[in-house]
Design a protein around this ligand. Structure first.
Ligand code: ADP
Ligand code: ASP
Ligand code: MG
Length: 396
């Protein structure tokens, strides 16, 4: 069987007109000889009635935290609604389909509500539906625990559902349809001159996704890479060829930098802790409280790192308990400059600093790995910084 998994994001299924474009993509795949398995997200974005953010806003924050199982049940509804509406639209075009929850599609997870991990995929239902000549329409972002409770797989994880099914069904490829032409050199909402990346490796795109580029979920990239299934990111609203994500990606192109992304809501912390006043204890307590720290620089007299803004209150409590005073730079953004060809290439950091200095942007911290250079800047400078770097590396 020549199976293709096609995932349509929230904006792609938000209106009748857009769902007609979705149907065109499904029909095209069928004409090309594929058996499509469709995955859908909840309709629309924040503020729209069935979007995940809207559903979760119906309950109190404290109730959500204390009752993650109930929160998952509520959040799963958006995708379930989408499957039935999509199936209705297909039916009106005389195309037979079967709407399914994640559990009915065979996605079995652990009990970690809100961020469940896959345990196994039981593909029998999907195979039976395909054999009957019908199209399964699967609710993304959700699974079923072994005890039969609905779980969710983490925000933005409908992409992950598509990748999981692609691997389990041994699909030829997984297409992720969204509201941009594919993976761009930077978020087109921030950089108007961002250009389309036609082919990119799993590793590079994982960095993009992990460092803030919302366009694809990092775990979807991991799953597809392990299963060696190509991912193709496409635009529901255009006929763009999109971006192919596979193992060959990094061989393409000549530019040392592939693209730039950023993570907001970082807070820089400077604290006078060192070996003598036992930073080991402090780091252990932070870890025990699930506070993840990043961009860590340890000097003889002080330690500098970043935390997520969400952890700020808990972090303050811990520092107070240790009787430590900290200096903070609130509202920082961590910019990631990504490119697998920069390894061993001299001068990249010099160009980054030159471009930022020219725009009078202060770099608060940097870090690097073989594929990525990170610069911490104040969030008010983030868009200007990304545009300056984008221009410096001629990514437009
Ligand atoms: P969907 O609802 O279809 O899953 P998302 O909002 O999750 O869509 O992801 C698409 C968005 O990702 C785009 O609208 C774009 O603003 C954002 N984005 C961030 N970085 C990039 C990038 N490098 N390339 C393309 N899109 C990006
Ligand atoms: N609807 C879910 C979310 O907003 C999953 C997704 O869109 O991929 O997180
Ligand atoms: Mg998404």
């Amino acid at each position: 069987m020549n199976i293709i998994v096609q995932k349509f994001g929230g904006t792609s299924v938000s209106t009748h007109e857009k769902r007609m474009l979705v149907i065109e993509k499904i029909v095209k795949a069928k004409k090309q000889g594929y058996l499509p398995v469709v995955v859908v997200s909840a309709m629309g974005r924040k503020g729209e009635p069935y979007a995940t953010d809207t559903l979760i806003s119906l309950i109190d924050k404290d109730f959500k935290i204390e009752n993650p199982q109930a929160a998952d049940l509520l959040m799963s509804c958006g995708e379930i609604i989408s499957t039935v509406v999509m199936s209705n639209e297909l039916n009106n075009k005389n195309i037979l389909s079967v709407p399914l929850t994640g559990g009915q599609a065979g996605i079995i997870t652990d009990n970690n509500f809100g961020n469940a991990e896959l345990k196994e995929t039981k593909i029998q239902n999907l195979m039976d539906i395909l054999k009957e000549g019908k199209i399964p329409i699967v609710a993304g972002f959700q699974g079923l625990s072994e005890k039969g409770y609905i779980t969710t797989l983490g925000r933005g994880a409908s992409d992950l559902t598509a990748a999981i099914l692609g691997v389990a069904l041994n699909a030829e490829k997984v297409e992720i349809y969204t509201d941009v032409d594919g993976i761009m050199t930077a978020d087109p909402r921030m950089v108007s001159k961002a250009s389309l990346i036609k082919q990119i490796s799993y590793n590079e795109v994982f960095q993009f996704a992990d460092q803030g580029a919302k366009v694809i979920h990092p775990r979807a990239v991991e799953v597809a890479m392990k299963g060696n299934i190509p991912l193709v990111i496409k635009n529901t609203l255009s006929d763009s060829e999109g971006t192919i994500i596979d193992n060959l990606g990094s061989m393409q192109g000549e530019n040392v930098i592939t693209g730039i992304t950023s993570l907001d809501n970082r807070v820089q912390v400077k604290v006078r802790i060192n070996r003598e006043n036992n930073y080991n204890d402090i780091f252990s307590v932070l870890a025990h409280n699930s506070i993840s720290i990043d961009l860590i620089n340890i000097f003889p007299k002080e330690t500098i790192f970043t935390i997520d803004k969400e952890d700020r209150i808990k972090f303050d409590e811990i520092m107070n308990a240790f009787k430590l005073t900290c200096e903070y730079v609130e509202a920082c953004s961590k910019i990631a400059i990504i490119g697998s060809r920069m390894k061993g290439m001299p001068g990249v950091m010099a160009r980054i600093l030159k471009a930022l200095t020219k725009e009078d942007i202060e770099v608060l911290q940097t870090a690097d790995s073989h594929m990525t250079i990170w610069c911490l800047v104040e969030s008010k400078n983030c868009i200007k910084a990304i545009n300056a770097l984008h221009k410096e590396f001629k990514l437009g």
